[in-house]
Design a protein around this ligand. Structure first.
Ligand code: GSH
Length: 80
């Protein structure tokens, strides 16, 4: 299961689109960047630069964080 931390922006939506297209199960945790939630400690543990979108991959027992970055979207199983 993928945890997607995101908000209603074009950058946020593109990860949802990729996950949908790849038929990867995920759940969404809204991070309201208009209210400063991206700067809260809990979210900074996921995305240290305080930007959405970010994902956490909990499959396989490990917790793999993929914070916001400018690379092509990295997804589990080597898909991008
Ligand atoms: N490089 C990222 C962009 C990430 C980004 O700029 N996120 C913005 C929202 S679209 C953000 O989190 N802004 C909040 C802030 O900078 O405090 C991508 O292409 O997805």
């Amino acid at each position: 299961m993928i945890d997607l931390y995101s908000w209603h922006t074009s950058n946020g939506r593109k990860v949802s689109i990729a996950l949908e297209e790849l038929e990867i199960r995920y759940r969404v945790f809204p991070v309201d960047i208009t209210q400063g939630e991206q700067k809260e400690r809990a979210f900074l543990e996921v995305s240290p630069n305080g930007k959405i979108p970010a994902i956490v991959d909990r499959d396989g027992g490990d917790r793999i964080r993929v914070p916001e970055n400018d690379d092509p979207i990295p997804l589990p199983g080597g898909r991008s």
